[in-house]
Design a protein around this ligand. Structure first.
Ligand SMILES: C[S@@+](CC[C@H](N)C(=O)[O-])C[C@H]1O[C@@H](n2cnc3c(N)ncnc32)[C@H](O)[C@@H]1O
Length: 210
């Protein structure tokens, strides 16, 4: 889906006008408010700025989001999925307090306090999804993805943010990404691999399909 742009920046039309989630800039167009999507705060925004071609989130998408944090990226996706839901999994109780506050203003966010390593513990609390976004910055990121991919419809799109240093601090990031790519190829079709520099150093976004 094409996201509106404001010069180089992307923005999402707010479903909760009058509110900000992370101090983001607001642009008003008539009665509508657009929230500028900060590429330094959101890896999806960084990937869009670095020319991601397959951004397939649509108004009726149902999203499983792993590593929801304080809800920064989730809030922009919530502006887009006006007829869908976001199941936002986060294991830090501190981050969950902020995420819950965001969800109070946005009825399409379902916060789940859970560990992305254990999808069996939350699978009954969600619908089948057609998009998965993962941003957990953990060593076993690919294992987490493989376990959760079972909760998706066939042909779902996956946006996997990989932080090289979480996997191996001693290896060059490009070599970490090579290993991750080879592992992903066994189970997914890889559409894009986007370097997130300069917004996120040593991170890549893999765009995949189940
Ligand atoms: C980089 S931050 C997420 C930022 C967020 N995605 C955003 O763009 O707004 C990574 C988050 O993943 C969470 N996390 C790490 N491992 C997790 C796991 N196994 N299950 C659930 N959440 C996890 C951390 O607590 C942290 O909040």
């Amino acid at each position: 889906m094409k996201i509106p742009n404001f010069g180089k920046d992307y923005g999402t039309k707010s479903i909760a006008p009058g509110t900000r989630v992370y101090g983001e800039r607001i642009v008003k167009k008539g009665k509508d408010e657009y929230r500028i999507w900060d590429p330094y705060r959101s890896k999806i925004a960084a990937a869009l700025r670095n020319n991601m071609k397959n951004f397939e989130v649509k108004p009726d998408s149902n999203i499983l989001y792993l590593g929801a944090g304080n809800g920064t990226t989730v809030s922009h996706l919530s502006d887009i999925v006006t007829n869908g839901l976001i199941f936002a999994v986060e294991f830090s109780p501190r981050a969950m307090i902020d995420l819950y506050a965001v969800a109070l203003e946005r009825k399409n966010i379902c916060p789940i306090l859970g560990d992305a390593h254990k999808p069996d513990e939350y699978k009954d609390r969600m619908k089948e999804c057609d998009i998965l976004v993962q941003d957990v910055a953990q060593r076993y990121q690919v294992d987490i993805l493989k376990k959760n991919a079972k909760l998706l419809k066939p042909g779902s799109w996956v946006y996997l943010s990989v932080k090289a240093r979480s996997i191996d601090v001693t290896m060059l990031p490009k070599n970490v990404f090579k290993i991750v790519r080879a592992e992903l190829e066994k189970d997914f079709t890889i559409y894009e691999q986007i370097n997130l520099d300069p917004y996120e150093k040593d991170h890549a976004m893999f765009v995949l399909r189940t």
